[in-house]
Design a protein around this ligand. Structure first.
Ligand SMILES: [Zn+2]
Length: 219
């Protein structure tokens, strides 16, 4: 979805890895073989399939959910929590106009989604991933006000862009190393099939897949 941003010339449309305006966590410095796997833009009708696979491999993940989607699929959101995974904030609307919002509008979106997450999970929400991975001064201001931690990634699957599953899988596998954060989307059957192939590889390489709390904690 980041491609949508190519046409935008607004100030501050930087790649999240630069962390120009906000401090962004995009990996964990560690020698421990642990990986954070993250799923953006859900929950959707594909979320239960993702959950079934994670369960099969005893893997934990973080789902950066869109507030609107949480309202649409509360049952799936509850399943995510019931199976021991974490929910993160991925804005309320995920609108392509997000980068043009005022700090106040962004803050409202973050608070609204955090409230939904906390109601579903019964836990405090600490994590935010900006839509399209973009940061700017208004987003930075809103993040500061809400006290959320911004989570990026260093293993981008491009699973919403690339059609070929094998290519997506190879992109991920090539970049796997301790402390990596993988970005996937629980929004298509294609990603489910990639995950089906990725999980046994990670298991074979003896990686532990952890939710963000555990992943970010010291070894
Ligand atoms: Zn997204």
């Amino acid at each position: 979805m980041g491609l949508l941003w190519l046409g935008f010339t607004a100030w501050g449309a930087f790649d999240i890895r630069l962390g120009y305006f906000i401090s962004v966590i995009y990996k964990k410095k560690t020698k421990c073989k642990k990986i954070a796997i993250t799923f953006d833009d859900g929950p959707t009708e594909y979320t239960p399939e993702v959950l079934a696979l994670l369960k099969q491999y005893n893997a934990k993940a973080t789902f950066f959910c869109i507030g609107k989607q949480l309202e649409k699929h509360p049952v799936y959101a509850k399943q995510i929590i019931a199976q021991g995974h974490q929910l993160g904030n991925h804005s309320y609307s995920h609108t392509s106009k997000f980068g043009f919002f005022s700090a106040k509008q962004i803050e409202e979106e973050l608070k609204k989604t955090t409230a939904i997450i906390e109601k579903i999970s019964g836990n405090k929400n600490y994590y935010f991933r900006p839509p399209f991975g973009v940061t700017n001064p208004h987003i930075a201001q809103a993040v500061k006000k809400t006290g959320l931690k911004v989570i990026g990634w260093n293993i981008r699957s491009l699973d919403t862009v690339i059609e070929d599953e094998t290519k997506i899988l190879n992109r991920i596998v090539k970049k796997i190393k301790p402390g990596g954060i993988i970005l996937l989307h629980d929004t298509s059957e294609k990603t489910v099939r990639v995950l089906e192939q990725l999980l046994p590889i990670l298991q074979e390489q003896k990686y532990q897949l952890q939710d963000l709390d555990k992943f970010l904690a010291d070894d």
